[in-house]
Design a protein. Structure first.
Ligand code: ZN
Length: 421
């Protein structure tokens, strides 16, 4: 009796907290007979993600080295991503064009490698970029721009062409919604990197995640009510220039049918923006001697952040909890945690226009800023640095974003021989 009452109370409490789409999902799940006859389309899609495929997509991106913006290796990576998107059936592939002139002098390219050193206590009054409160031990971080720090001669040669100012492109494709083609969710990651490695984690891991979601959501048997746009930003590492250019060029086009009466919406109204950046490495805090645990910490989590000091803070927070609930229900290994200090990522240019969140391995300000990722912008950010426990954290983030987006965009899976269970 007593336990039944407790369960009932807990369910009522959870339902009242959950956004309506999730509440409906969970009510459906409470009717076993119905659950058996109507397979959960979200679960069908999440099951189409696969660790080996995710790893192979990251590996594919690493053939272009650090993919630094303004270089041939960056442009070749964009062309390669386009070929993959076509093979997934993600039609409507477009490129945003903009111009990038680095500030004089480019301070980021002249910074020496400042990583390493012993772990030192964080001052009690410290505040992180983004507004969070960092704690515990910290090590210095920085951007490597020293070619000789890369011990692999092949990778050193691959990354040798310097960045040139000028014309830039970034690529996106769109799954058009069946009943609301005029509204969309944006799933994104930045494809450029820095540091003379392979940018495997930063941000091959987020780019591969969005590519895998483009693959699954563009399967011929998948329909969504609302549109979903998959965007691969360029120039993130120079200060969010690619995402800022997109907001500037396209925000006023939102929801406009062009040409009138065509049923086509070149820029559907933005409903939410979800950025993915550094998805693999959550080994904990640096130790006193400055070293890190060699293994993913067992209590690793996916960090979902919104920015408290933004115009859409309330809507962004609701979106963040929708993702947290999607992780609870569909992610196989790692939990998600919500934080309020989203910063230094491509969702920032959107946060005063629409609900915007970032998904990461750690909190950007308090944790990565304190040196929790020793590969960050370093020559060691190569595919071979990571093992399956690391890749699995990224896969869990993919499961989370796929599940949440499928629910929010209203997904259905047509019964075919391949999808019928
Ligand atoms: Zn990044």
């Amino acid at each position: 009796m007593r336990s039944t009452l407790l369960v009932a109370t807990a369910c009522a409490f959870m339902t009242s907290l959950m956004p309506s789409a999730l509440a409906q999902q969970s009510r459906g799940a409470e009717t076993p007979a119905q659950a058996e006859t109507v397979p959960d389309p979200v679960k069908i899609l999440v099951d189409r993600l696969d660790l080996e495929r995710y790893k192979a997509t990251i590996k594919g991106l690493t053939q272009f080295g650090d993919r630094r913006q303004g270089t041939d290796r960056n442009r070749r990576a964009i062309d390669w991503i386009e070929t993959q998107l076509k093979s997934y059936g993600c039609a409507n592939i477009e490129r945003l064009k903009y111009d990038y002139q680095p500030p004089n002098p480019d301070t980021r390219s002249t910074m020496a490698n400042a990583a390493g050193g012993p772990g030192t206590p964080t001052p009690p009054t410290a505040t992180s970029v983004g507004g969070g409160r960092p704690r515990g031990l910290r090590v210095r971080t920085g951007i490597n721009n020293d070619p000789s720090a890369q011990s692999d001669p092949k990778l050193r040669a691959l990354n040798s062409q310097p960045s040139a100012p000028g014309a830039r492109e970034e690529i996106y494709c769109t799954k058009v919604g069946g009943t609301h083609p005029d509204e969309m969710y944006i799933l994104s990651a930045h494809m450029d990197g820095i540091g003379w490695g392979e940018a495997a984690n930063d941000d091959g891991s987020g780019t591969a995640l969005v590519m895998e979601l483009a693959r699954v959501l563009n399967s011929p048997d998948v329909q969504t009510e609302r549109s979903i746009r998959f965007i691969f930003w360029n120039n993130e590492e120079t200060g969010l220039n690619g995402s800022a250019a997109y907001v500037e060029q396209r925000k006023d086009l939102q929801g406009k049918e062009t040409p009138p009466g065509s049923g086509k919406y070149p820029e559907p109204k933005w409903l939410g923006m979800i950025q993915h950046d550094m998805m693999l490495f959550d080994h904990g805090m640096p130790r006193e001697d400055g070293t890190m645990s060699k293994e993913q910490r067992p209590e690793a989590d996916v960090n979902i952040e919104f920015q408290l000091n933004s115009k859409f803070a309330s809507q962004s927070q609701t979106l963040a909890w929708t993702f947290e609930q999607a992780d609870e229900k569909y992610a196989t290994d790692y939990p998600a945690r919500v934080g309020s200090h989203m910063t230094n990522t491509d969702s920032n240019p959107f946060m005063n226009e629409v609900a915007a969140i970032s998904v990461r391995e750690n909190e950007r300000g308090t944790e990565i800023g304190n040196g929790w990722d020793p590969q960050w912008h370093q020559p060691t950010d190569v595919y071979a640095t990571y093992n399956d426990k690391d890749f699995r954290l990224g896969l869990n983030a993919a499961q989370t974003t796929l599940a949440a987006t499928a629910q929010l965009a209203g997904v259905t899976v047509r019964k075919t021989n391949s999808s019928a269970q």
